[in-house]
Design a protein. Sequence first.
Length: 365
Amino acid sequence: MATLGIEEEYLLLDPVSGLPVHKAEEVAGYLHRSPRVTEGEIQRELLSCQIETATPVSATLTEAEEYLLNFRSQLEAAARKTAVVASGTASAPFIEDHYPELTDKERYRELRDSAPGIVGDQFVNGLHVHVSIPDREAGVQALNRIREWLPAIVALSCNSPYWLGRDSGFGSWRVVHYRRWPVQGCPPTFKDAADYERRVAQLVSTGAIIDRGVLTWMARLSDSYPTLEVRAGDAQLRARDSVLIAALVRGLVSTAVEEAGRGIDRPVPEAELLDAAMWQAAREGLTGQLVDPVSAGLVPAQDRIQALLDFVSEALDAENDTEWVRAGLQDILDSGTGAERQRRAMAEGGTAGLLELYGSALTGE
């Protein structure tokens, strides 16, 4: 059985204007005083309008969802006390034209100095899923094998349609935004763990990135835990959708580890097709066609998600996750991705309707 952990990032917004509010220190202060939240669950992010949490290691989806719902309920209470809205949107729909306030941390100041134009509007939030691996060698082989499916995870998780007060035309503007960083997108393939370490060390030595933490590939080996970390997903409005994506990621990693152990070969997509597939997934979400990065063909998004489900089916069965995942996928197919729900809320209620969605979804079903 593979365990998992989930990292979620949240934005703090003004309840009327929807602009980011730099009150993370105050919100974190209330969270630290809550007996229902542990110190390890509260983390600060790059900007002082962001809060992050990391679940404890979870064996089951129920455990993971309970952790997230508990933290979100405490976050909602802390945000209310500071007169802000805590949101699971993956992009701020509106931003002011002055430079944002950074969290008071030396590493973040170094990051700003290395790329001030990028850091200055990094109002985007991701969903990061850690899945346990036997060792780093197995992790590298799994990393090579999950690449073709990362665009499908992007499409399913789209939840950042608005930027600068208007519809970006993308379901995930966050994915497009991240393309500005020097090391991003789908990772390359690696011969083995030694090759991975050598090439990462080379990237750091160039000075283009300040440290290994700025490897913003969609998936990478964790330097802190014995896990493969998948970073393809947008932050989610609802906890249940975060857990659904985590379940699929666990299924992907477990399937890849098992196939690699048995010596089963997988096709290696061309880098440019993977890049095109990622762009298409970020734009279309589940509403159009996606690029199959192996065949180079266009397929209906729902067919691609079904192919992903088929690929991980045995791993889902082994973890008793199949029923949970099928129900969660059907719910998203019926109600839409987060991006689709945001667009409906904006169309029906304007900014007020969008903020109402953010608030109600944080702890809602």
